[in-house]
Design a protein around this ligand. Structure first.
Ligand code: DGL
Length: 271
């Protein structure tokens, strides 16, 4: 691994682009390789074994492209696969953690809501967060079936997305939540709508910037930061249909980009 090597980032789909934005902001000199596993999204209703297999296959692909670090830009894959990834791959593996800690520290009402997939809410990682912060504040976990699909379809503000969000957010407000944690990397793309539904008195927070800072720290410690005089580039792959992914990735990345088909070797379980 050397400072000139790229950083690999993956998610079940396009949600991890919300993390990629923060990584780009924190690390402008780095080359970033992004894999959207949209052909298999959502992960939320898949088995732990399936998510683990996909995470390994994608990581193997990223390793074949010489990445110096991997960011699991997916809360669901973090819960299901990060331990396995860390035991199999030598490079730094940076993963998601819903922003429960900052929410618990800043809530005034003492009630926080966490929007996530049911798999994330049931994961060991989340159960630990719940045990750690749930004594001082009330933590309301809200599963959000259907939301990942809305973002994958590029529907960030239409009627169905609005209806689903109202269904998930209003019960949290009724129970006095003043802070809403976005515990799925797809949801920051819905943040304007969530804020609109919640009103100005509610803080809507996510952990993408914290993950980017953590990545920067890990690269610094390992002497792996790219030369800061250079300008980093991005490259995108999907396990879905590249022609369909291209306009969506371009919309969410706010630049016209090319999206390539993930090679067949990363489409199958490796063992
Ligand atoms: N972006 C993923 C996450 O952070 C979505 C999970 C899914 O595909 O269900 O959890």
């Amino acid at each position: 691994m050397s400072p000139a090597d790229p950083i690999g980032v993956f998610d079940s789909g396009v949600g991890g682009l919300s993390v990629l934005h923060e990584i780009r902001r924190a690390l402008p000199a780095e080359d970033l390789l992004y894999v959207a596993d949209s052909g298999y999204a959502p992960y939320g209703d898949k088995s732990q074994q399936f998510i683990e297999d996909r995470s390994i296959a994608i990581s193997e692909f990223l390793v074949s492209r010489n990445v110096k670090a991997i960011v699991v830009a997916c809360n669901t894959a973090t819960g299901a696969a990060v331990t396995t990834l860390r035991s199999r791959f030598l490079m730094p593996i940076i993963a998601m953690e819903p922003a429960v800690k900052p929410a618990a520290e800043s809530t005034k009402s003492g009630v926080i809501g966490v929007l996530a997939t049911s798999r994330t809410l049931a994961s060991d990682n989340f159960v630990k967060l719940f045990a750690r912060y749930g004594e001082d504040v009330e933590i309301l976990g809200q599963a959000c079936p259907g939301l990942v699909e809305q973002v994958e379809a590029g529907d960030l503000s239409g009627g169905k997305t609005r209806l689903l969000l109202a269904q998930y957010v209003l019960p949290l407000l009724e129970r006095s939540a003043d802070t809403i944690v976005l515990g799925c990397t797809h949801y920051p793309f819905l943040a304007p709508l969530i804020q609109e539904i919640s009103g100005p008195g509610v803080a809507v927070i996510d952990s993408a910037a914290a993950v980017a800072r953590q990545l920067r720290r890990r690269l610094e410690v390992g002497d792996l930061l790219a030369d800061e005089s250079r300008v980093g580039a991005e490259c995108f792959w999907t396990s879905g249909v590249p022609d369909k992914a291209k306009p969506l990735v371009s919309q969410l990345w706010k630049t016209n980009v090319e999206v390539y088909a993930l090679p067949a070797s990363a489409e199958h379980k490796l063992e």
